[in-house]
Unconditional design. Sequence first.
Lengths: 111, 116
Amino acid sequence: QKEVEQDPGPLSVPEGAIVSLNCTYSNSAFQYFMWYRQYSRKGPELLMYTYSSGNKEDGRFTAQVDKSSKYISLFIRDSQPSDSATYLCAMSATGANNLFFGTGTRLTVIP
Amino acid sequence: ETGVTQSPTHLIKTRGQQVTLRCSSQSGHNTVSWYQQALGQGPQFIFQYYREEENGRGNFPPRFSGLQFPNYSSELNVNALELDDSALYLCATQLGGSGTSTDTQYFGPGTRLTVL
């Protein structure tokens, strides 16, 4: 079993839709949760960073962490064609020096 | 832009050869991590260097090795290349800190390695 599971998609939505991306994990030591966006032929770019459980909002993006269910989500409101990319969840434990990534979900927003 | 650069952009090698990939980061980013991203997969941690010393390693064999230099540049070396080594290799740097993943990691664009 992988430590982090993420539905690879692909996911296609019309412009303006609300997008929900999710990951589950098995390691209860994970305390730090991140979402990265990766455009084709580029490196991952940090979108959201959350510690422990709760919600965090930044513009059109909302990250949710439910540690009791070992489940994290990223919501994108009013999706735009420029949001078309692969979205990677990542997480780590306190004091750890590496990130554990999901496989990534490929999102296409259709104009 | 993250200020992290990698070279070369693309590389083609044959099985059994050796390869060196390079990463350069901003001043003060004294922690660098290397990741391997196979096609359709998320990045997997290879190892991390902090102040020129290895500071943690993932599940990769010893033929994967690295160096970090005082000028905030680093290298990933892979010996005896295998077909499965074909992947995008990413470096990620962190500003100061102790090398823990709580510090934001800034990724470079990657080097795409193809092993034939």
